[in-house]
Design a protein. Sequence first.
Length: 430
Amino acid sequence: MRTPLRIAIVGYGTGGQAAAVLLSRDGHRVEVFERAAELGPVGAGFLLQPVGQAVLWDMGLLDAACMHGARIASLYGETATGRAVMDMRYAELDARLFGLGLQRGALFQLLDAAWTEHRVLHRGHRIVDVDVERGALVDGDGRRHSGFDLVIVADGAASVLRSRVAAAALDRPYPWGAQWCLAPMGDWASADVLKQRYIRARRMAGMLPVGTRPDDPVPRLSFFWSVPVGELDRVDVDREAWRRDVAEVWPEALARLDGIDAPNALAQARYRDTTHRHWHRGRAVLLGDAAHAMSPQLGQGVNMALLDAQALRDALRAEAMVPTALQRYERERRAHLSAYHFWSRALTPLFQSERDAAARIRDLTFHPLSRLPVARGMMLRVLTGTRRGWLSTFRLPRGFADVLATLPVARHEAVRAPVDARRDAAVAID
Ligand SMILES: Cc1cc2nc3c(=O)[nH]c(=O)nc-3n(C[C@H](O)[C@H](O)[C@H](O)COP(=O)(O)OP(=O)(O)OC[C@H]3O[C@@H](n4cnc5c(N)ncnc54)[C@H](O)[C@@H]3O)c2cc1C
C-alpha cells in the first residue's frame, strides 16, 4: 500500500496480535486496544494446523513455535470401552505434514515479542463503541480515540462490537461448552497424538500434548472436558462426582490432574455460532472469531484468525483503496471458511449433546467411513485446514511442506511440574 495507514485493532488475542505484527511490519501505524489490564492468553492449549503454521512461517516464527510445540501425528478418538471412532493421520494426506500442539501462552509470547515496530498497546481499555464512518472508538471511560483510517474489530467470539460493523445473519450460543487446563506431561505415552474419549455425546475428554513455553520448560498436556453450559455456571459443584465422571471416561486422564484443584481451577469456555452477510462497513472490518465464531470441534479458530490477519495484510498490499482491500479480504476469507462453519455446526451435537442415538450412529459409522479413501481425504483436508469452500483445495505456500522437514524438533524431556499448574488454568474465557 502506498501510504501508511493509521490502524486501530480492538482485541489482543491471536487475531489482533498477528494483525499488529503483520501490519506494523508493512509500515502502518498500529494501535491496539485490549480490555485486559494484565496481558496474557486465556485457556490451555490448541492444535496449530499446517495452514496456521504457514502463517507463522511467513512471520518468521515457525522455528521458535516448533522448538516449544509438540508435533502431533494423528487424532485418535475412542469410546470409553475402547472402540475406535476416529483415527486421522496427517501422513495419510502428506508425509511431511503434522499438527503442532502449542500452549496458548507460547503463541502469545512469540507473537508479542514479534511486535516490535511502532508498538502502541493500550491495555485496560475496554472498547464499547465503534464509529465506523469516522474511524473512531469509545472506551469504557467515555474517552474517544479517533482519526483511524481502519478499525479492525478482533474482540473474539463474544464480541460486543461486531453488530456495529455488520448485522449478524446468525448469532447463537452453543448449549455445551468446556472446562480445560494444562497438566504436566510426565510419562504420558501418546506424545504425538491428540486423543479423545467419549461416552455417547454426553461425556468427552481430550488430551493434547502442547510442549513448553518460553518461560516454562515443563512439557504439558492440554486437558479438555465437555460440559453443558448450565453446569459451567453452577457454584455448588460436587468435586467428587466430577472426578468420578472423568474417571468413568478416562482414569489415566484424571490421574494427570493430580495437584490441580479440579474442576474449580479449570478455565471455562463457551462457544458461539456466528455468521455475517458482510464483514466490513465504512472504515471497520471484522477479524477472527468476531467475524466467524464457531465451535472448536474442528480446532480451526486460531488458524483461521492467523489466516485472516495475513489475508488482510495481503489485501492492503494489493489494493490502492481501503474499501476495495476490505472487499478483497472478505471475499478471500469467506471462500476458505464456508465449509468449516457448516461442518463444525453439524458435528458438534454428535460430540456434545444428549443425542444418544446420533452418538451411537457416530460410534458405528465414523471409523469405517474414515477408512474409505474419498471420505478420508476430505476429512484430512478439513482437519489440516486445507479445504477451501466445498470442493477446492487451499494451497499451502510453495516450498512450505518441504520446509517442515527441516524445522527443529523439540525434545520434551519429562520434567516434574511444580504443583501450581493452577496458575495456567485459573483464567476464565468469556
Ligand atoms: C476449548 C477450546 C479449544 C480450542 N481449540 C482450538 C484448536 O485446537 N485450534 C484452533 O485453531 N482453535 C481452537 N480454538 C478456537 C480459538 O481459541 C479461537 O478461535 C481463537 O482464539 C480466536 O482468536 P481471536 O483473536 O479472534 O479472539 P480471542 O483470542 O478471543 O481474542 C479476543 C481479544 O479481545 C479482547 N476483547 C474482548 N472484548 C474487548 C473489548 N470490548 N475491548 C477491548 N478488548 C476486548 C479479549 O480480552 C481478547 O484478548 C479453541 C477454542 C476453545 C474454546
